[in-house]
Design a protein around this ligand. Structure first.
Ligand SMILES: [Zn+2]
Length: 535
């Protein structure tokens, strides 16, 4: 009997997402009821739609393991745009959000309103805050997405959701409540635990607190995913803290956006990567992700010492308005504070440029040092004034890394690709949001030969699905979910630059989510088959 499909892709080179020796081979791919069937080239088959993809690669849809897209569709109504497009036009069919310690759940019901107000700073709009994973998934079901979303549970969110945004240790009872909320979220389908130990309120936590929470993740066989406490001059100590947390808790360890940034840490991947490789050789389950750029991006408020944010956004605003407190901050940046990363002290205000400041677009694209020189003011005072004027909602780009380190992490056999995109309406966000995956395939794979095509695709698909428990995704095999991307390996390239950060990539022909085309001939179709995935 001749099989009949909803969609049939004929003549392509299948790169199946695995690390197998025959990961790339000629095959036709049939899609029926959201599932895949592989066929020998030219095998007899019928289909409602047939696409000739001769000369193109058919790969599993990319899985972006590191995003902050938690609320992009939830604020769409407010900004009137489609902020999922930066991801889907690259071929990303699943985004993992809830990274760096910040997710949109869980919290005690009595803390939800206060957290909703605080979360504007991080998520760029009112995206709501949810008691648990089920409520988070239900909010998304009401506003469907073009691609799928899976979410980690943020340690900072757990802390804010139980203790509040304050600089103190958790009591035993509070820690027990945090563990219970985490356990419930992981049972309901959240993908793991994330921490952001440079960010408030996560940075207020001791190692022991994180061990207790990571042990809950370990009980579910889900990873502890961490933005290390320091990615700059003390990156090796911070990596050792993560290793200790993984050892004591038993959780698999995943290091987010691994980098060794700031002039004192340049070249240090020559030590961190062999350390990780050694741990893996000993049998420890440790992996990492990376984005293909030498600049990072985060909140301007993260340039300030942690005590400045004790008490939350309104407490920070009050301190920023006080000249004496600003002098304390200036001294902390000049001299350092034990246990605090201090991005500006490791680089300088001339490496920090404004990405998004919605009420002051004239500052976007300029460094804090430039703005200070133009105004004849001290850089800290410029940053403070902007934070106050924007109620803390300012993102920055930090030009803090060197190319050799980025290439070493990309080439590591256990690194996967995560954009770390910071979705914001308007402004000049980091181009990684719109360019990461085509940049790895075009610049680093085709042009530089740093990776072969099968390895690059594996890092974006099968490796990521295995790490985050996305069963039946990240591979092209009979019965797998029909999330696919079709691209031209000879022309795929990122279009996004720091000057024009939202220019879509070239060479991505079609993107299929749950068997439906969301991108055809490089343009969105308007279909929204994406769902929140439980793992
Ligand atoms: Zn991070």
């Amino acid at each position: 009997m001749i099989p009949h499909f909803d969609l049939l892709l004929r003549g392509g080179l299948v790169v199946d997402g695995t690390a197998a020796p025959d990961a790339a081979r000629s095959a036709d791919v049939g899609v029926l009821a959201g599932r895949l069937t592989l066929l020998p080239p030219g095998a007899p088959a019928g289909s409602r739609h047939t696409e000739d993809v001769t000369g193109l690669v058919v790969a599993p849809g990319f899985i972006d393991v590191h995003t902050h897209s938690d609320g992009v569709t939830l604020i769409d109504g407010e900004v009137g745009g489609d902020m999922v497009q930066a991801a889907v036009l690259q071929g990303v069919t699943t985004e993992i959000c809830g990274n760096c310690g910040s997710s949109l759940f869980p919290a005690l019901p009595e803390r939800l309103a206060a957290m909703r107000a605080e979360s504007r700073v991080y998520f760029g709009g009112d995206v709501g805050m949810y008691e648990g994973f089920a409520e988070f998934a239900a909010a998304h079901a009401a506003v469907p997405r073009a691609n799928h979303l899976a979410s980690l549970v943020g340690h900072g969110t757990l802390r804010a959701g139980v203790i509040g945004p304050v600089d103190r240790a958790a009591t035993p009872g509070e820690l027990e409540t945090m563990c219970a909320l985490l356990d419930r979220a992981l049972s309901a389908g959240a993908a793991g635990l994330s921490s952001g130990l440079i960010y408030t309120p996560g940075t207020y936590a001791s190692t022991d607190e994180v061990v207790a929470l990571a042990a809950v993740a370990a009980g579910h066989g889900k990873p502890y995913v961490t933005h290390l406490r320091d990615e700059m001059s003390r990156v090796e100590e911070a990596l050792e803290e993560a290793v200790e947390i993984a050892r004591r808790s038993g959780a698999p360890l995943h290091v987010s956006h691994h980098k060794t940034a700031g002039k004192y840490a340049w070249g240090r991947t020559e030590r961190t990567l062999p350390r990780i490789a050694g741990l893996r050789a000993e049998g420890m389950d440790v992996t990492c992700d990376v984005y293909p750029y030498t600049a990072g991006s985060t909140a301007l408020g993260a340039m300030l010492p942690p005590w400045a944010s004790d008490g939350g956004v309104s407490a920070l605003m009050a301190r920023l308005a006080d000249p004496g407190q600003r002098d304390r901050m200036r001294r902390a940046i000049a001299e350092g504070v034990p246990g605090w990363e201090n991005t500006v002290g490791n680089g300088g205000w001339d490496r920090i440029s404004i990405a998004c400041a919605p009420r002051h677009p004239e500052t976007e694209g300029h460094t804090i040092a430039e703005l200070a020189a133009t105004r004849g003011q001290d850089p800290l005072d410029v940053a403070a004034a902007l934070l106050v004027a924007e109620r803390g909602e300012v993102t920055i780009i930090s030009h803090s890394m060197i190319e050799d380190d980025v290439r070493r992490v990309l080439a590591a056999p256990y690194s996967m690709i995560g954009s770390d995109g910071v979705p914001k309406p308007g402004g000049r966000p980091h181009p990684r949001w719109a360019g990461t995956f085509p940049r790895v395939l075009g610049h680093y794979t085709r042009e530089l030969g740093l990776l072969d095509l099968e390895t690059a695709v594996h890092k974006m698909t099968g490796m990521a699905a295995a790490r985050f428990g996305l069963t039946g995704r990240g591979v092209i095999s009979d019965g797998a979910h029909a999330d696919l991307v079709v691209f031209d390996p000879g022309s795929i390239a990122d279009g996004a630059t720091f000057a024009a950060p939202l220019v879509p990539p070239t060479g991505v022909h079609s993107v299929i989510v749950a068997g439906e085309s969301v991108v055809r001939d490089g343009a969105q179709t308007g279909a929204r088959p994406g769902t929140v995935l439980a793992t």
